[in-house]
Design a protein around this ligand. Structure first.
Ligand SMILES: [Zn+2]
Ligand SMILES: [Zn+2]
Length: 375
């Protein structure tokens, strides 16, 4: 079938909207008519070359839509089901899926190929048949997507897909970092470094866990005022001196430091953002690293002496450590009951033709929490 998609031909090359020939789903694959896709910071990190990919490529990994057709052997969804696409697959059979850690599913080893699990592409440029790589099996900057049946979660059909799409990456990644990776108890305290899409979700995770103090740190005043709407109790505009930020955190926590810090800056991570997140935590506290760093970065400036003597913990987390087949339906329920806010995370709705402006908005830093493409 023919569809329109936004194709990226190389690092920092503006995306081109063009006709793509999409093959029908093969065995254990599903054709999804996209309803909406968020424009995530990680899409922009790939566009910028901070995360390596092969080109030409259709970006987008935070999508939701309606099942149009299922391939042979698909049993978890049927035509007409509403689904959230997940940027990591979960086979349900491997060792990691069995121990409740699907973010480490063995199918993940094929995500870098840019092809489907059988090693071939379903995406071809209409004018000459050139194969196009997919992104993480989902490629949501397109009107349709053929995905493995391991890369989607069925959801309620009466809630807006243009909001539920955030569960496919940003919301789940941020919220899960505060509710799965660490288990904040009522009254405990947390520093949130970086208040974009992931940060506002982490703030909500901390709020719903009963955190006593949620200290939001960002360079943009606009993001800090939004952070308060999502539940931050204190905000600090980060300045050039990370020690000044840490001093403010100490003042707020009566000199103790917070029980946890969550670093969600992404490829803009600097020595200062690491320093703030590491120095913010108390003795025995935990620092969680969420945003994907530039793949060329090799060192985190963490003082190993303090790490040991203060018994601090530093942990990495992927996709919010979510058990996404069961966590995403739970988040849908929290959204329905208005216990979490996805609506105000979407600060701009756009068409696919606006994709290059949406990327620029992310690069500008203070324009949007999330732009969502509606198809
Ligand atoms: Zn993402
Ligand atoms: Zn698995």
């Amino acid at each position: 079938m023919r569809m329109k998609a936004a194709v990226c031909y190389g690092v920092r090359e503006p995306l081109v909207i063009e006709e793509i020939e999409l093959d029908p789903p093969k065995a254990n694959e599903v054709l999804v008519k996209m309803a909406a896709s968020g424009v995530c910071y990680s899409d922009v990190s790939m566009y910028e070359g901070h995360i390596p990919r092969d080109f030409p490529l259709i970006l987008g990994h935070e999508g939701a839509g309606v099942v149009e057709q299922v391939g042979e052997g698909v049993t978890n969804v049927k035509e007409g089901d509403h689904v959230v696409l997940t940027y990591l697959p979960s086979c349900g059979k491997c060792r990691w899926c069995h121990i409740g850690q699907p973010t480490m599913c063995d199918l993940g080893q094929y995500l870098r190929t840019g092809n489907m699990l059988d090693g071939t592409s379903r995406l071809h440029r209409a004018k000459d048949g050139l194969d196009i790589f997919n992104l993480l099996f989902v490629s949501t900057f397109a009107e349709y997507s053929v995905v493995p049946d391991a890369s989607l979660v069925p959801v309620a059909d009466y809630l807006p897909l243009e909001k539920l799409c955030l569960l496919g990456c940003g919301f789940t990644t941020g919220f899960g970092s505060a509710t799965n990776t660490i288990h904040i108890k009522p009254g405990e305290t947390v520093t949130i470094v970086g208040c974009g899409g992931l940060g506002t979700a982490a703030i909500q995770g901390a709020r719903i866990s009963g955190a006593g103090k949620i200290i939001a740190v960002d360079v943009h005043e606009e993001k800090l005022s939004r952070a308060k709407e999502f539940g931050a109790t204190h905000t600090i505009q980060s300045r050039s001196d990370p020690d000044a930020v840490v001093k403010e955190i100490m003042d707020i926590t009566w000199g103790l430091g917070t029980d946890y810090s969550i670093e969600l800056v992404g490829a803009d991570q600097t020595d200062d953002t690491y320093q703030v997140a590491f120095k913010a935590i108390r003795k025995g506290g935990t620092m969680v690293m969420v945003g994907a760093a530039d793949y060329r970065k090799r060192d985190i400036p963490v003082d190993p002496y303090t790490l040991t003597l203060w018994r601090k913990k530093l942990v990495g987390v992927l996709f919010g450590d979510a058990q996404f087949q069961t966590d995403i339906p739970k988040y849908v329920g929290l959204y329905e009951n208005k216990q979490i806010d996805l609506d105000n995370m979407v600060t701009k709705e756009i068409g696919l033709e606006d994709i290059n402006q949406a990327i620029q908005d992310v690069l500008d830093g203070d324009k949007v929490i999330r732009s969502v493409i509606r198809y």
